[in-house]
Design a protein around this ligand. Sequence first.
Ligand SMILES: [Zn+2]
Length: 404
Amino acid sequence: MKKTLLSFLILFNTFDLAFGREFEAVVRNRLNFASINQVNLEDLVSDKSFDGVHFKIVKGKSNEAVSFEADEELVLKAATTYHHLTIARNYFINQIQSNFVSSIPKMIIRIDHINQFSELGHFANDNLSPQFNNALTIPGGKGLASRGVIPWETEIWFRPSKKVHLSELNTNNLGSVQVKSVLREFRNQTHMQTFQRFLAQSVNIFINGTDPSRIFSVDQVVRTAGSSVLMEFGYQFIDPISQLTSRKWYMLETALVPEIIYHEYAHAALSDHLVLSHSSAIIEGMADFFAGQIAKSPKLAKHIKKYNTFNGKNAKKKQDYMIQFEMGEYANTDFVFGLLWELKSIIGKEKGEAFMYELRKSLTTNSSIRGELTEGILKTCEKVCDSPFIDKLNILKALNFRGI
Ligand SMILES: [Zn+2]
């Protein structure tokens, strides 16, 4: 009893002392281009560093919050992640009314963090293939007392960007050296793979010539966060903030892309059911769905529709979903994302979000598209849809059209 009262008082005090402060952050303007604007960061508890009631932004393996006096680029990344994580958290609490999200303890957010994740040690050894151009959400861990590794909660990690000139990518038969075209090729030719696997098969990466120590694997340099549709959208509109980014360079500063920040937070918000043990088409597609909702961008919605090539007008050839695609490696995030997006319009815009949030309860990280996802969608409709009988018929029609 005493303990509860004490923690209540501590919590009360923390909120009581929290305040807002203006910072520059990357936001989307009306045309969806990235621009740097003044934003108000809510719920800070330190007047010196990016330490708040719900998020603490640190650099790399550090446990100290990034100082307001740090170098300009680091401050921009810290403010941008803090700002968009707050938007994402508020969305799940206010719009979705998620009790789970309200209960998530303060999260540590790591920016410019290159270490790989280790389930036992939290961080893998420093010189074990450093990571760039991507982001990930890691599950909490018990730590390893004998090695001095203390327990940790769910964290989000943003990797620093690394420039790769596309002429340095050996793009074999792609015949194209523009990032946009590479993404498009992916969708036109090999729908049923993850973008990363597609690149691994068609691209070898050499940086600074053929010095073996400078050869990076695709995993280290080009890794997607979510579907190629969402990624291309983020990529397309990032030019104005980074003069370095041209059509012939690949780099992704994930801590400065709002949609990627939303995607990562969605993983944390859904992790009460979709545990973060490994990435699958379903958990990526679900995270992208919510990233798309939080971004609330009509332009993004249009983009998703246009490039959802499984049945869209832009599809060069009709590709149905086939059971063999599901043998693990071939399940495709873009497919799930496009499907969920379409279902929202069947169920109704308002109900759609609640539906997808409820849907997570019928899924696990190991669910298959043809099995649990399909069953889960129909089961969720029983609970959530306004007219389950008619809605289920329409859902079945849509699934059937996609070859499921
Ligand atoms: Zn993801």
